[in-house]
Design a protein around this ligand. Structure first.
Ligand code: SF4
Length: 440
């Protein structure tokens, strides 16, 4: 994305990590543009001016990628290809003191809540009134809406609260205003994100306010799809299901990270929910919203996870037939409470377990996709190549889920950013093939 072109006030922002980090970069860019900087986000060529790297520090692999990226830019700076180098985000929040010593080429490091300080360093103004505005860098028809920052949970494996702090909900009026501004820019799908979506509101007035927020967002003109990511299972507010049922704009899709199913492991993970409650929650969700597609995430190789715990997890996955699933391997993170346990499972076994789960999921996903052949879905067209248009149904989130591939040959009806009725003609494990019901 290029927003202006002023040679001496050029800033390039490099974003690593998750969608929440992406939103932080978009907010930073909005502030910079209002201070008359020319900003490029993840450009293909780097050079001149200032580079800001917004890092991730979630697990070992993410930390390595962030450090590697900082080192590459430090080299560019040493060669004079860039003038100033700043690092922000989770890695910087967590390891600032060490990084300052180990990579001194960086001009300054900033934590996750230090955007005003970073702006001051750049001689830019921090404008609180811009908080509802955002220069999105996703395709113009969808955007992430971060409804809160931080997390009050104490999952024993998770370093996120160390980097993002306690849960802070964004006031509802600000989110609705943001949704209106995004809709006015052409956004049709809002993807609600947070570390823990269902905690929304508890810090504001001791009530879970996500259902009410969702209702208000569903009434924003121009927004056609609302999608929910990261609903924590313990304390799940069932009123949310009423709103999902009542408002067709809310996609029949829910990302519910479960992490495990063995009671022993869930307890050691401090998840606040056991196997029986998890299963009844899934039953309630599927009963309330027929056809809902559930995405979940599991963590394998947690300290002390026995072959029996892992088998229980495999059986659970076969039983539940989740439509979408992701797997992480346990990463032994300092500062988390699980760090006091012995990291007892070898990396090799962790990887094997992850692969086994993904093998199970591949055939579940393939069967589920096969069942869609011959039916039609409202599909949002995300992008186009020479050969294909790529769309998504309400059951798929960008980047992580299925796409629907539609041949571009002789196709004059489809347009990127528009909805279309697509009939499914074929299925692969993680993608669908389709044809437009309207040919011109
Ligand atoms: S809910 Fe648990 S896993 Fe998720 S961000 Fe909070 S502490 Fe981490």
């Amino acid at each position: 994305m290029r927003t202006k072109s002023h040679k001496d006030r050029q800033i390039q922002v490099v974003t690593l990590g998750c969608s929440k980090n992406w939103v932080d970069s978009e907010n930073l860019i909005t502030q910079l543009v209002h201070s008359d900087f020319a900003v490029e986000h993840n450009p293909t060529q780097y050079g001149a001016g200032t580079v800001i790297i917004n890092t991730c520090g979630f697990i070992e692999r993410a930390k390595e990628e962030s450090i590697q990226t900082i080192l590459e830019f430090a080299k560019l700076k040493s060669k004079g290809h860039i003038q100033q180098l700043y690092v922000s985000g989770c890695l910087s929040q967590r390891y600032k003191d060490q990084l300052e010593v180990e990579i001194p080429e960086v001009d300054a490091y900033f934590g996750t809540l230090e955007m005003p300080a970073l702006l001051r360093r750049l001689n830019a103004n921090y404008r609180a009134e811009l908080l509802g505005e955002r220069q999105i860098s996703t395709p113009g028809h969808y955007a992430f809406l971060k409804i809160s920052e931080g997390c009050n949970r104490t999952c024993s494996f998770c370093a996120i609260p160390l980097m993002r702090g306690k849960h802070i909900s964004v006031p509802e009026e600000q989110l609705v205003q943001q949704a209106r501004l995004l809709a006015a820019q052409g956004v049709k799908e809002l993807i609600l994100i947070a570390q823990e979506l269902t905690y929304y509101g508890l810090d504001l007035n001791k009530k879970r306010l996500l259902p009410g927020l969702l209702e208000k967002l569903a009434n924003v003109e121009g927004i056609e799809w609302l999608r929910l990511h990261y609903a924590y299972p313990a304390g799940f507010p069932d009123e949310l299901l009423d709103v999902m049922r009542e408002y067709p704009k809310v996609c029949r899709y829910l990302d519910l990270p479960l992490q495990h199913i063995s009671d022993r492991v869930l307890k050691a993970m401090h998840r606040g929910i056991g196997s029986r409650e998890t299963k009844t929650l899934i039953d309630r969700i599927r009963e309330a919203i027929p056809g809902i597609h559930l995405r979940t995430t599991f963590l394998v190789g947690f300290p002390g996870e026995t072959p029996a715990d892992f088998d229980e997890l495999c059986r659970f996955i076969e039983e539940q037939q989740f439509e979408r699933m992701g797997v992480f391997t346990y990463s032994h993170e300092e500062g988390t409470s699980a760090h006091s346990l012995e990291d007892s499972i070898s990396q090799e076994v962790k990887e094997q377990r992850a692969q086994e789960l993904m093998g199970l999921q591949e055939s579940i996903s393939f069967n589920k996709n096969q069942q869609k052949v011959g039916t039609s879905f409202k599909t949002l067209i995300d992008r186009k190549t020479k050969e294909h248009y790529y769309g998504r149904t309400e059951f798929d989130s960008p980047e992580v889920d299925n796409e629907v591939l539609i041949s571009a040959t002789g196709q004059n009806y489809l347009r990127v950013g528009d909805f279309a009725d697509i009939r499914i003609t074929g299925a692969e494990p993680y993608d669908l093939l389709g044809e437009s019901l309207h040919h011109v």
